[in-house]
Design a protein around this ligand. Structure first.
Ligand code: ATP
Length: 362
């Protein structure tokens, strides 16, 4: 398996640039997720890596080799379109053999490769079983096996779980992660679902408008987002943003809004200009009867083990995460205050988090 590197990669369709000057290094054996909203350029990036789309400019390296202008069939990369698109009338062995037969491999070669892949995926005991008798997890293994028999340097997957219902999808996510750990294949996976990305990825690249905004481990993406877009796209719901112009700065290390004190982490103390704003996640806020930012309850969402309460305040709508047992009523007057100093300050003119270099080293 191999490292994949893209350098200054760009793709235009006529006047429209779908992927802008992208740079990434996907490490050997890494599970790497391209995440972003519809139309942000994820699939186009993946298709360029696969060789299904030629770059307008820039390079793609597979290991040491520059493959940007090679055909898909010359790249040693397996594109897994749909994890469940198997041939239902064939048994497991024939499903695994089929792509090799099509490529004209000898009978012995096919047997060796199928048995090797089946062993690696732990499906060697079901080689003679019918597809219809298999569990979802085993079907997923067979689908990956079909790509693995080609002994590719990397796997590419475009929303492979997209058509499944939520519960099955969660289960298949777990299976896929386990499988990746077992076979250790470099994998690039496209999704618009941030929860799927967070649970699968070793690292995530968040994209918007054809650009890669941040590529980091899930916990860094969540806790140290580099831009407002990343902070709001990641999390359910995303981060709250409050302009500093609403506040009074009585000392270096805090800002007061409506006499509610928000402690500012040390690295942001210099950044408290009025044009900037701060971000705070719903779980770092709490509802209180006093000492808080005054407002009223505008909405309540039940999310299983927790509730998200939307409070309308003079600084805008603020989302607060509470325990499900917390009793609240629409239109009830409440107050909101921070439960810690987990705050990030963003530059009001660029929407980038300030001190992001410091944050990423920290
Ligand atoms: P989705 O999840 O909806 O597939 P995406 O992030 O994968 O979104 P892409 O499919 O990469 O996005 O598309 C990026 C942009 O490029 C979109 O605006 C799309 O309409 C445009 N695009 C993609 N392929 C072509 C094409 N062959 N011709 C013209 N425009 C295209």
């Amino acid at each position: 398996m191999s490292q994949i590197k893209i350098a200054n990669l760009q793709k235009s369709f006529g006047d429209f640039t779908a992927v802008k000057n992208s740079n990434l290094t996907i490490k050997d054996k890494e599970f790497f997720v391209l995440l972003g909203p519809s139309g942000c350029g994820k699939t186009t990036t993946l298709r360029m890596i696969a060789g299904l789309e030629l770059p307008t400019s820039g390079e793609i390296y597979l290991g040491e080799e520059e493959v940007g202008m090679l055909r898909a069939s010359e790249r040693d990369i397996a594109f897994v379109f749909q994890l469940f698109a198997l041939y239902p009338h064939m048994n497991v062995r024939n499903n695994l053999s089929f792509p090799l037969k099509m490529q004209g491999y000898s009978k012995q070669d096919i047997k060796n490769r199928v048995e090797e892949a089946a062993k690696l995926l732990r499906i060697d005991h079901i080689l003679n079983s019918n597809i219809s008798s298999l569990s979802g997890g085993d079907r997923q293994r067979v689908a990956l096996g079909r790509a693995l028999v080609r002994r590719p340097k990397a796997f590419l997957m475009d929303e492979p779980l997209g058509t499944l219902d939520a519960e099955f999808r969660e289960l298949m996510c777990l299976e896929l992660k386990k499988l990746h750990i077992e076979i250790g294949a470099t994998t690039v996976y496209v999704t618009h679902d941030q929860l799927e990305a967070m649970s699968l990825a070793d690292r995530i690249a968040v994209m918007d408008g054809g650009e890669i905004l941040q590529a980091d481990e899930p916990s860094i993406i969540y806790n140290k987002p580099k831009t407002k877009f990343v902070a709001s796209f990641i999390g359910s719901p995303g981060m709250n943003f409050i302009s500093l112009e609403h506040g009074i700065s009585k000392d270096q290390s805090s800002i007061e809004i409506d006499e509610t004190k928000f402690e500012i982490p040390k690295q942001f103390e210099e950044s408290k200009e009025n044009k900037n704003y701060f971000g705070i996640r719903p779980e770092n806020l709490t509802l209180t009867d006093e000492d808080g930012l005054k407002g009223f309850i505008y909405g309540v969402e039940y999310l299983g083990s927790r509730k998200i309460i939307t409070v309308k305040t003079k600084v805008g709508e603020i989302k607060v995460r509470t325990d499900v047992s917390k009793k609240v009523k629409i239109n009830e007057n409440v107050q909101v205050k921070p439960s810690n100093n987990n705050i990030i300050i963003f530059d009001g003119s660029t929407d980038k988090s300030l001190k992001s270099e410091f944050m990423n080293n920290g």
